[in-house]
Design a binder for this molecule. Structure first.
Ligand SMILES: [Zn+2]
Length: 323
């Protein structure tokens, strides 16, 4: 194998690549399983479009390579604002801008505020009875809500780069789940609930994530200390390419050390996604979803989906994305 190929494959292992969110695989699962938590009045629309909702769960990550502003919507380095529960950081956007400036907020990530913008847009789409927009925004809000549940999305040490633990981001959110989800995880989550205060709810999830980030980092360091160094990584075949990644045994032991945290956050993400969809629908006056207008996507929207895929594929070829 040429060295260039080896280097590319090592990059694609997520060990050194900047990583952004639950892996594509988990994002798709979250949106898919969230559909089953909805009441019959919503299932009439969401169930026939479950493949769309699942597939487009990853659009916001694809867009990161194209739109510079997109990145900040997926995380918040909340530890930049002091110590938990971060009393100095206003939860209200305008107050936060007044205190820290918009540039600072954008630099440290805006996920809880962005979820609120998406809630307003989705509620408006329900009021307009615009099917195409409801589906697009539902798929995307599921992404941001799920990212808010990832502990390292609420930490400035998002890939262990400050503590010599590079690659931990992908270990927690992709490698472990890909090994365990279908074999071990419980996908029965219950039913969607109405969220009285969507902003407060998002902030609560972010604060949980920030608290959990400490265990995510500390327990990985402890496991590395007691795990045979020559068995921590393995070369495995992935889609016909040999890649270096955390060994299965290491990833599974890490999950056990965290007491199945990834599964718990996954289940909470499914529940929250369905509950946000449900809440936006209720707040829009529970429109009848069996008789919506604008059922198909416009030519412009279809073109936008195609362009997003084309540009993202080009980045993939360049080795900047490996999903
Ligand atoms: Zn993301």
């Amino acid at each position: 194998m040429a060295w260039s190929k080896i280097i590319l494959t090592i990059l694609c292992s997520g060990l050194t690549l900047p990583v952004f969110s639950w892996g594509f695989y988990v994002h798709r699962l979250i949106n898919r399983y969230a559909v089953f938590l909805l009441p019959p009045e919503m299932l009439v629309l969401y169930k026939p479009h479950i493949d769309f909702l699942s597939e487009h769960a990853v659009d916001p990550d694809k867009r990161r390579y194209i739109l510079p502003l997109e990145g900040a919507r997926h995380y918040i380095d909340i530890d930049r604002y002091g110590a938990a529960p971060y009393p100095l950081l206003p939860r209200d956007w305008k107050e936060a801008v007044a205190r820290y400036s918009e540039d600072t907020l954008q630099a440290y990530g805006i996920v809880p505020w962005w979820i609120e913008i998406m809630v307003r847009r989705l509620t408006a789409a329900f009021k307009e009875r615009n099917q195409a927009r409801i589906l697009k925004l539902s798929a995307e809000i599921g992404h941001y809500i799920s990212d808010a549940h990832v502990p390292l999305h609420a930490s400035s040490n998002h890939n262990g780069q400050l503590t010599n633990q590079q690659g931990i981001h992908g270990l927690w959110e992709s490698r472990g789940p890909e090994l365990l989800a279908e074999k071990e995880w419980d996908f029965l989550v219950g039913k969607a609930d109405y969220i009285k205060n969507t902003s407060q709810y998002a902030w609560s999830r972010v604060l949980e994530s920030a608290t959990a980030a400490d265990s995510v980092l500390t327990l990985e360091r402890k496991l590395t200390d007691r795990f045979p160094a020559d068995q921590k990584y393995a070369f495995e075949n992935r889609n016909g390419m040999i890649i270096k990644q955390y060994s299965s045994r290491y990833a599974i032991m890490y999950d056990q050390a965290l007491n199945n945290m990834a599964e718990r956050r996954f289940r909470q993400s499914v529940y929250a996604t369905a509950s946000y969809w449900y809440t936006a629908w209720v707040n829009a006056g529970q429109p009848d979803l069996s008789t919506l207008s604008l059922a198909g996507f416009s030519d412009a929207e279809t073109k936008e989906f195609e362009e997003l895929n084309t540009l993202w594929s080009q980045e993939r070829i360049k080795g900047r994305s490996c999903d």
